[in-house]
Write a protein of this length. Structure first.
Length: 258
């Protein structure tokens, strides 16, 4: 369970193209309800703010995840993930990872040098600093989600095709693929929403326990926001559904029931 909340909050990643911002803007916020059957397990939010890095305005995304009710009693999660990334290119400048997942604690900041292809990670819990070499155009776990929403291939994928990506997480670069598996209209609290379905997978034994443990439904419109996420477990599945949103850059499309 340690990484389930994390994976539900931050679930898709990136590649190396120049970003043309059109899917999101400052002020966007949405909330996901994480549940196991009818039982609420927790919530997750992502919000886009504005900040200044290297004397230029950048996106500052704050992601939070937490457990509630009986789930909190048995396994408390209090996660905070942040990323500062360039508005034009999507390249990250800095990430923050401050989490407590059932006593598993991380308190880190990472500082990217995109010219030298390095990232300096400061670990405040262990009081260490270490510099890692990273591939060109690498993303952190938060910036990658926003980068992918504007990926020039995202609307052009055929069923079965994938986008390959590089993501820096847990002091290593993970090679990641996002496979497009089709389209589907799903019922939500807002109405019926047309979605693109993706199945992210990585090398087993790293971030994910299995290569294809997650399925993600993304709105098939100009926003590309998460509508539903499903994580397959040994018994049953854990789900996250869009609970609330505001500040979307584009119209949120809902189909009228006939």
């Amino acid at each position: 369970m340690k990484k389930i909340i994390l994976l539900l909050v931050l679930f898709v990643f990136t590649n190396s193209f120049v970003v043309q911002e059109n899917a999101y803007t400052t002020g966007e916020w949405f909330k996901l309800r994480i549940h196991y059957g009818m039982v609420n397990a927790g919530y997750a939010t992502l919000e886009i703010k504005e900040a200044v890095k290297n004397n230029k305005k950048v996106h500052h995304v704050v992601g939070k995840g937490w457990t509630v009710g009986m789930t909190k009693f048995f396994f408390e999660v209090d996660d905070n993930y942040e990323s500062y990334f360039d508005k034009q290119t999507g390249k990250p400048y800095q990430f923050v990872r401050k989490i407590n997942e059932g006593g598993y604690i991380k308190n880190q900041e990472g500082f990217f040098n995109q010219e030298k292809n390095t990232v300096l990670v400061k670990d405040y819990k262990h009081k260490t600093e270490k510099t890692f070499s990273v591939p060109d155009e690498v993303q952190d776990i938060v910036s990658s989600f926003y980068y992918l929403r504007n990926h020039p291939k995202i609307d052009k994928l055929k069923v079965g095709e994938s986008i390959a990506i590089d993501m820096f997480f847990d002091n290593e670069t993970t090679k990641f693929k996002l496979k497009f598996v089709g389209r589907e209209d799903i019922k939500t609290k807002f109405g019926k929403v047309s979605c693109m379905i993706f199945r992210p997978y990585v090398q087993a034994g790293r971030v994910f326990k299995e290569e294809e443990s997650l399925t993600v439904w993304i709105s098939d419109d100009d926003n590309k926001i998460p509508i539903r996420i499903k994580a397959s477990l040994a018994v049953g599945s854990l789900k996250a559904d869009l609970e609330a949103f505001k500040g979307l850059k584009n119209s949120f499309k809902v189909k009228v029931e006939q």
